[in-house]
Design a protein around this ligand. Structure first.
Ligand code: G3P
Length: 228
């Protein structure tokens, strides 16, 4: 599996880059808004510096028509680098842009996916990743679990290289469900990652191991300290 961070928060990216086997970072205009009126390109380049060239950076276009999306895409590539995954909504105009960007050999993530049909069209258009919005689907009474499974099946049936980067998670159960249904990747906001690891039982287990060790080998001792 691949795990990405769904945030533009520099502090959170620095924190979780050290904790997670991070495959990359995803952003969109709403995520950028949370950081205030930042210097956009400088901010994205800082994220790139933190995660390095070997990890993915997904950046979304803002324009809503094909021509505008392509201009946004070219500006993103010019101002950041040409390895960026261009996030394009799987709308009518977006699908036009995806075809053009893939023809030019660029990295593309089809986003804002609520339906199986949007996903299938993006897979057929050769998107590198498709981003189904798990929680937003559930909010609309769309069965996100079945939808992600169907998308994974379609990728397999069509022998496609497209990967699912499931997104829009509000709890840990949604993340694990998406992975269990065949999503190759998930992009998760820092608060949901924090929920996953903020379990008193985990800390309790670690403390108990330490106490048991120290009761035999002395307070403050570790395995390394046995060597003196
Ligand atoms: O990657 C963006 C996607 O995760 C949307 O999330 O929280 O706006 O539903 P949200």
């Amino acid at each position: 599996m691949e795990i990405l961070l769904d945030t533009a928060n520099i502090e959170a990216i620095r924190k979780y880059e050290a904790i997670l086997p991070l495959a990359g970072v995803t952003t969109n205009p709403s995520i950028v808004k949370k950081e205030g009126k930042v210097d956009f390109f400088s901010h994205m380049n800082t994220i790139r510096e933190i995660i390095g060239q070997e990890r993915m950076l997904h950046v979304q276009v803002v324009a809503e028509d094909k021509a505008g999306m392509l201009k946004d895409a070219e500006t993103i590539l010019d101002q950041i680098d040409r390895e960026v995954y261009l996030k394009i909504p799987a709308s009518e105009e977006g699908l036009k842009a995806i075809k053009a960007l893939k023809k030019a050999g660029l990295n593309v993530t089809a986003t804002a996916i609520y339906t199986k049909m949007q996903a299938y069209l993006a897979i057929a258009a050769g998107a590198d990743y498709i981003a189904p919005y798990f929680n937003r689907m559930e909010n609309l009474n769309i069965d996100a679990t079945k939808a992600v499974a169907a998308m994974a099946n379609e990728i397999e049936y069509s022998n496609s290289k497209t990967k699912i980067v499931a997104a829009s998670f509000k709890n840990v159960g949604q993340v694990t469900t998406a992975l269990e249904q065949g999503a190759q990747a998930v992009t998760v906001a820092p608060d949901v990652i924090a929920q996953a690891l903020a379990m008193p039982s985990i800390d309790q287990a670690v403390d108990d191991f330490t106490k048991d060790w120290e009761s035999v080998f002395g307070e403050g001792s570790t395995i390394a300290s046995l060597q003196g």
